[in-house]
Design a protein around this ligand. Structure first.
Ligand code: FES
Length: 193
């Protein structure tokens, strides 16, 4: 369990300053906390509640509503296998069934070694890649059973480290524009992770 780091507390205060109401910074700060720990810890949700001027229950309610936010620990790599219509027609359930056997877990579960979490997802807006699979929100597809095995092998061997950042990291580049201390409207900079 971890509270927001001093650096992230500072950044969270800068984020809420962007909005007329502090509570409007809730979701961006949830993503900030998730990038820190991979999921939203109880302590981080308490910090977020204080920063945004809402109750911890409101933070939890928001975090539990959105699929992209996790309130429980997840694996280093989170697979989201889309089973919506385009992917279903392309064999998504066969891929999902194969993924369950390959990883030894069901959707919603994490492997014992903490490496992989498996999720069944609604349309990921990657229908042109059916069967579409996301790993830590990065798109892969079309994926069949063999392709899924290659994905697991490549992730395990670290061959996709440049493509797939640690879970929780939405963007390796953090926004700077509009935040205190940023002097111009030039492109955002400041790599993370
Ligand atoms: S139906 Fe699978 S990404 Fe749209």
């Amino acid at each position: 369990m971890a509270r927001l780091s001093p650096e992230n507390l500072h950044r969270a205060e800068a984020i809420v300053a962007l909005y007329p109401e502090r509570r409007s910074g809730l979701i961006p700060i949830c993503h900030l906390a998730q990038a820190q720990d991979g999921y939203l810890t109880e302590e981080a949700m308490e910090d977020i509640a204080k920063i945004c001027g809402v109750s911890p229950a409101e933070v939890r309610g928001t975090a539990s509503f959105y699929d992209m936010l996790h309130t429980e620990p997840v694996g280093k790599y989170v697979f989201a296998v889309c089973t919506n219509i385009a992917c279903m027609l392309a064999g998504a359930y066969e891929v999902l069934d194969h993924a369950e056997h390959r990883l030894g877990i069901h959707p919603g579960q994490t492997t014992a070694d903490g490496m992989f979490t498996l999720e069944e997802a609604e349309c990921l807006a990657g229908c042109d890649k059916a069967v579409c699979v996301q790993v830590n929100h990065r798109f892969f597809g079309p994926i069949d059973q063999d392709g899924f095995d290659r994905l697991v092998d490549d992730l395990t061997a670290g061959r996709l480290d440049d493509t797939v950042p640690p879970h929780g990291v939405l963007s390796r580049v953090q926004r700077q524009v509009g935040l205190p201390g940023h002097q111009s409207s030039e492109r955002a900079e400041g790599a993370t992770a």
